[in-house]
Design a protein around this ligand. Structure first.
Ligand code: SF4
Length: 213
């Protein structure tokens, strides 16, 4: 069964997610350690550990493999104008990526935002390029950095602990109790780079460790 989430942060916009880290092959360095951004990942703390939050993410990993999954997704998006892929997790499988592309192509009335690190894997290049070519799709490459570094020349995002010196468009959710509050910058092709302000105890610890290295 299709399991969509509705988070208050996103003004009630629906999302489809998987379990963080176990579906995030792009979260690890060559030596097997987690990249900085994923060491402080919000989706491994707090509410994300509650069984009712974990269950749909675990079920979705099996569910997308059903033949009817694409048509079910298209029907579920019938009355939506915005959609967020991967509030947690990533499109770890090429088969999943191909199906997501079909959903995107079949729902031109929906603005899709898909954050990912799968650009690190050459076999995903073709499908990502086809997604990027769609007017209604924003594929944002997530930087591994928590100090504002980012991948040049692409739509992307980074994390920063320095609001005054942050690159690109600075997400103002921190001014609105962690909510988007009507902002839709993440879905827009006119916004090449977004800086998310680091938040949470886990992220603060990661930044502290980096700063004393
Ligand atoms: S940049 Fe805008 S749309 Fe993106 S997370 Fe922040 S508030 Fe929400």
């Amino acid at each position: 069964m299709l399991r969509l989430s509705k988070t208050s942060k996103l003004d009630g916009i629906l999302s489809w997610s998987l379990q963080a880290l176990e579906t995030c092959p792009g979260s690890v360095n060559a030596d097997g350690s987690l990249v900085d951004a994923c060491r402080g990942c919000y989706a491994t703390t707090g509410n994300y550990n509650y069984p009712n939050v974990k269950a749909p993410r675990i079920e979705n990993r099996e569910d997308w493999q059903r033949d009817e999954w694409v048509s079910d997704m298209i029907n579920a998006l019938e009355s939506q104008r915005y959609f967020r892929w991967f509030d947690s997790g990533d499109m770890y499988s090429l088969g999943l990526a191909e199906k997501i592309l079909q959903v995107m192509e079949s729902t031109p009335w929906v603005k899709h935002w898909l954050p990912t690190r799968m650009q690190k894997f050459p076999k995903f290049a073709k499908v990502i390029k086809r997604m990027q070519a769609l007017d209604n799709v924003m594929v944002r490459f997530s930087s591994d950095s928590v100090t504002g570094e980012y991948v040049l020349g692409l739509h992307g995002s980074t994390i920063t602990d320095n609001i005054g010196n942050a690159p690109g468009f600075v997400c103002k959710a921190y001014e609105h109790g962690g909510k988007c509050n009507g902002c839709r910058a993440c879905y827009s092709k006119d916004v090449p780079l977004i800086s998310y302000v680091a938040h949470g105890k886990k992220m603060a610890k990661v930044i502290k460790l980096i700063s004393i290295k």
